[in-house]
Write a protein that binds this ligand. Structure first.
Ligand SMILES: NC(=O)c1ccc[n+]([C@@H]2O[C@H](COP(=O)([O-])OP(=O)(O)OC[C@H]3O[C@@H](n4cnc5c(N)ncnc54)[C@H](O)[C@@H]3O)[C@@H](O)[C@H]2O)c1
Ligand SMILES: O=P(O)(O)OC[C@@H](O)[C@@H](O)[C@H](O)[C@H](O)CO
Length: 386
């Protein structure tokens, strides 16, 4: 069985590639980082170490890599694959679509069995988004056939994998916890078992619980940690003021998703506590710049801050902590983050009110818009007073 995985980065190596290999797949990575591709091909293996007291290390063997710019090789690999997965960042999905579409065309011509394509990104409906890009690349006359030739089940992936500080560029240190949930309803009936994957009939509750708890809490720790001058999530989580606001934000998203999806409130409280413990893992060094990265994506309408706020608003649930978090995100000016730079430029040139409307989708007449502006002004005064 062959798996083609796009993105030999932290999640690609430390989570998805590892699990695919443990499920018996020969894993072929596709990446645009030539140095990484060459190193994988030289070694045919990489190591995954657990961020725990024992620090167990697993060596994943028999892997190879293809340069993402070598379209012919990528298409050949897709044409003969059993599964295609991605972990490149949701913004990079459009760039994979052309080769996946060509691979599917090749499979159609050869009458091959359906291909399974799973986007393992932090987004609601990541595989569905990728499917949209792939179909766009195909002639309209081929789209219906292509829909039968490839399944795109959505997924939720959870494992904290920080930026790596190992001497060995192919070694990844990962937290021990992981959860990979896949929408079974979109899979072909004969799809083989994948080790460590939880198949469910409805993915929405799982992805919303994960994104609006793990990722909401994480970015709150990053944005408030940044304001307080902390460099890592672990340091931010030692600051009781940061923890209090993270916890409050998770109470707000918690109330909302318990109402929307009917999760047991006590069980959800335990889920939140477990996540706070994961953020504190002393064997991880997770930089605020990574966790807060791409603030425009993180304050966009369907992501981890604004989506739970608008859901809560419809349910008459107040969200002062989430409001503060969106305002805090507007101060995140992390070096070398193009989205942070764009956001700061928009604030300078268009003002904060127009920037909020543009990037959160909350227009000036929405009460949540006014609440964010008020928090932004309060934080600015606080920062200026420092
Ligand atoms: N790191 C985590 O804790 C974590 C956990 C769950 C989900 N995720 C999600 O997984 C995805 C990847 O995150 P990451 O932390 O592994 O990032 P990363 O930057 O470590 O890895 C991304 C890899 O994708 C490659 N890439 C980018 N564009 C590409 C293209 N067009 N073709 C082929 N390869 C390309 C990059 O070169 C890089 O090696 C993101 O959507 C992220 O939200 C990350
Ligand atoms: O990857 P992002 O930028 O969507 O979010 C940053 C982190 O919150 C994220 O990578 C988490 O570590 C991960 O989602 C844990 O499962």
């Amino acid at each position: 069985m062959i798996a083609v995985h796009f993105g030999a980065g932290n999640i690609g190596l430390g989570f998805i590639g590892l699990l695919l290999s443990q499920s018996g797949y020969e894993v072929k990575f596709v990446d645009v980082n030539e140095e990484r591709v060459n190193l994988i091909n030289e070694r045919k293996s990489f190591k995954v170490a657990l961020a725990s007291e024992a620090g167990e290390t697993t060596e994943v063997q028999g892997v190879s890599a293809i340069n993402g710019r070598d379209a012919d090789k990528v298409i050949d690999a897709i044409a003969e694959a059993d599964i295609v997965t991605t972990a490149v960042g949701v913004g990079a999905l459009p760039y994979l679509a052309g080769n996946i579409a060509e691979g599917i065309k090749r499979r159609l011509a050869a009458g091959q069995k359906p291909l399974v394509v799973i986007a393992c990104e932090n987004a609601i409906g990541g595989s569905t988004i990728l499917k949209g890009h792939v179909l766009e690349k195909l002639d309209p006359g081929l789209r219906e056939q292509a829909e039968r030739a490839a399944a795109f089940p959505d997924a939720a992936v959870d494992r904290i994998v920080p930026l790596q500080q190992n001497e060995d560029p192919l070694q990844v240190t990962v937290e021990p916890f992981y959860e990979w949930v896949v929408d079974r309803s979109a899979l072909p009936a004969d799809f083989p078992h994948l080790q460590g994957v939880h198949f469910v009939d409805r993915l929405e509750p799982y992805i919303e619980r994960k994104l609006f708890t793990v990722n909401t809490g994480h970015c709150c720790a990053a944005y408030f940690g940044y304001l307080k001058g902390h460099d890592t999530i672990q340091l931010a989580m030692q600051d009781e003021a940061v923890v209090a606001i993270v916890r409050k934000a998770l109470e707000e998203t918690g109330k909302t998703i318990v109402r929307v999806h009917g999760f047991d409130p006590e069980e959800h409280k335990r889920y939140i506590e477990k996540i706070l413990e994961r953020f504190r893992n002393p064997y991880l060094i997770d930089e605020v710049s990574r966790v807060g990265r791409s603030p425009i994506r993180k304050i966009s309408p369907s992501d981890r801050l604004v989506r739970p706020m608008t859901l809560a608003y419809e349910l008459d649930i107040e969200t002062p902590a989430l409001t503060m978090a969106v305002a805090a995100a507007l101060f995140f000016d992390s070096k070398d983050d193009p989205e942070a730079a764009e956001l700061q430029q928009a604030i300078r040139e268009q003002g904060v009110s127009a920037t909020i409307a543009k990037y959160t989708g909350l227009q000036t007449d929405h009460p949540l818009h006014a609440a964010i502006v008020k928090e932004y002004d309060r934080i600015r005064q606080e920062q200026e007073g420092k």
